[in-house]
Ligand binder design. Sequence first.
Ligand SMILES: O=c1ccn([C@@H]2O[C@H](COP(=O)(O)OP(=O)(O)O[C@H]3O[C@H](CO)[C@@H](O)[C@H](O)[C@H]3O)[C@@H](O)[C@H]2O)c(=O)[nH]1
Ligand SMILES: [Mn+2]
Length: 728
Amino acid sequence: MDSLIFVLLLTLVSFRLYSIDHYSFPWFVAFLCESWFTLTWFTTISTKWTPAITTTHLPRLFLRVGEGELPRVDVFVTTADPVLEPPIITVNTVLSLLALDYPATSLACYVSDDACSPLTYYALLEATKFAKLWVPFCKKYHVQVRAPFRYFTHTNSHSHFPEWSKIKEEYEQLDRKIQNACQKLNPVPLVGEYAVFSKTERKNHQSIIKVIWENKEGLSDGVPHLIYISREKRPQHPHHHKAGAMNVLTRVSALMTNAPYILNVDCDMHVNNPKIVQHALCILMDSKGEKEVAFVQCPQRFYDTVKDDAYGNQLVALPMYIGGGFAGLQGIIYAGTNCFHRRKVIYGLSPDYDIQNVKKDFGFTNGTLSEKKTMHIFGTSKGFAESANQALEETTFTPNNNLFKSLDLGAAYEVASCSYEYSTTWGKQVGWLYGSTSEDVLTGLVMHTKGWRSEVCSPDPMAFMGCSPQDNLGQMAQHKRWSSGLFDIFLSKHCPIFGTLFGKLQFRECLAYVWITNWALRSVPEICYALLPAYCIITNSRFLPNKEPGIWIPTSVFVMYHVGTLSEHLISGLSARTWWNNQRMGRITTMTSCFSGFLDIVLKRLRICDTVFEITKKEQASSNDENAGRFTFNESPIFVPGTAILLIQLAALVTSWWRWQQCFVKNELAYAYGLGEVFCSAYLVLCYLPLLKGLFGEGKYGIPSSTIIKATLLAFLFVYVCNTFFIN
Ligand SMILES: O=c1ccn([C@@H]2O[C@H](COP(=O)(O)OP(=O)(O)O[C@H]3O[C@H](CO)[C@@H](O)[C@H](O)[C@H]3O)[C@@H](O)[C@H]2O)c(=O)[nH]1
Ligand SMILES: [Mn+2]
């Protein structure tokens, strides 16, 4: 079906090219836009063409390593705002990780708190007490969902185990304590353990690193190590948002546990499949995977989602087709969470090395890194250089390796300081890379450019589950951040095209990356195309062929595209309503969020202002909210272009209606002439129905009048320009 659409698009473009007699301004604009759509469609098809799925077989892992010899894994959790990311959610994520079905002696959990919040610290301390009950309980009864808040809302006491009620009570107590502390009923006093937080400001404080729990006895079914880190922040030092936090986690963990594998999750992504580490290791430790695979990405799925995906952000059908397609090429993109990395790849290693080359790469002399070179790459910490040496030398996995040192804090403060990265390669060649708010895709892309592959791991049950925005404001801010971050990558020196020309990025993987990184840019031709029908109606001109057989080409593209996407959704087990919501949100998001993202990058490149990482609000859905799925609005300029486009379509429809009446009076049939354009305009209004409702809504459900005024001015300007400069 996709190929058929492609052929039709090619036909449309050639038809335009050959109908010289039709040449006019709208015809030309349509030609440009449609050529762009055809190119985009080509990259989509190429991405989807050879999908792949990886299946993992746990028994085979244990043919390779004994159950007691499983390698160390360091787990990183990031949180950055106790209000937008309630500590109870972070705590549940951490509890689910501590309770992984994996030897506790080989796990260590590091939590980065970019808000430097005593609340988060308090919540983690309390959670550790509960973990001592929760972890053995989960392991004893093979609980599947290891985040207590999900577990207890979905099970009831009859069906369960003797301790069930007691543990539930304990959890409720923990929950209450944390909620009380959050609501300032019982604020955390900044004395004793918490005294370090007393002179801190969110963006101005020294590092705070605390070993909350150490598995001292080395019990493999105990509770794994838990370490709290709030890296140093100073107003004059850029902190690089999440990427910066990840790099601090990498360095601190290197000094403590230095595991060869790193799992990273966002604070809202709890474990849904307790054996996920073993599944990922099946891929990472596979004899081929060991040499080729840089990272293993598990899908992002969400719980308590808005019915029928009203805001089009559940990412179910898209990852299935596009993600599966990526997987069949050089590998899936890195999505920032639910991902297993190799430490040495994070340190910048290329895949086809032999150890001699590495030594050259990194300036080894006589078996160890030359001091000057190490300092240049990794910074001045001696302890870190030593641990990096070990991590890099470890060419293939050897069980019983003893990279573990101790949870000693001494050296850790040095590597968590905000000036540590100056004149090193952190964020440039080593670690999570800086320069884009989609640091994840950038970091993964550079690994692919080095020639690494990546794999998707999606065992049943789903590996992780998280929160997704519960309103359109969150969804739009998120899409804006992604589209701008991705476009930033396209314009940077890490552009996928260079990756293919000068690096080892495979050609079709490059096309797939080009497709994904151009999300923001796609808003420009889409907006032009959306303005075309209105332009034509207002100026009484045409951009669609108006005679047979020409008119059949765009009509069949339209029909085939909708049938195609609908069937994809139905095959993925989604409702037709979900399909329509995604379809509609696709149009709205591109012309609002992605266009804002595009403007942001233009401004950034002109050095007028920089992009920021706006954190997505995490909340648990209230189950019987009758307004779920309804659009809310605020003063954000993000709504201006969308509202303007809607008003322009409405103006066009009114114009055509008025003209139709005139014809009717004169008994002419001429009104049938521009039917195609009217249909397009009406279709857009249908897509924009949520905004149309917003024009008349009240309170947060109404578009603020300042936005309406700005949009009306833009719409008037458009109509004026059409009438003055282009009317025939
Ligand atoms: O300065 C910051 C900003 C964010 N975060 C953390 O980054 C994570 C992701 O932030 P979130 O607001 O949840 O963004 P999402 O849009 O949900 O994130 C997706 O997109 C991001 C890139 O834009 C990736 O980093 C994420 O992993 C991916 O889940 C959260 O754990 C935050 O706590 C920090 O640690 N420090
Ligand atoms: Mn998130």
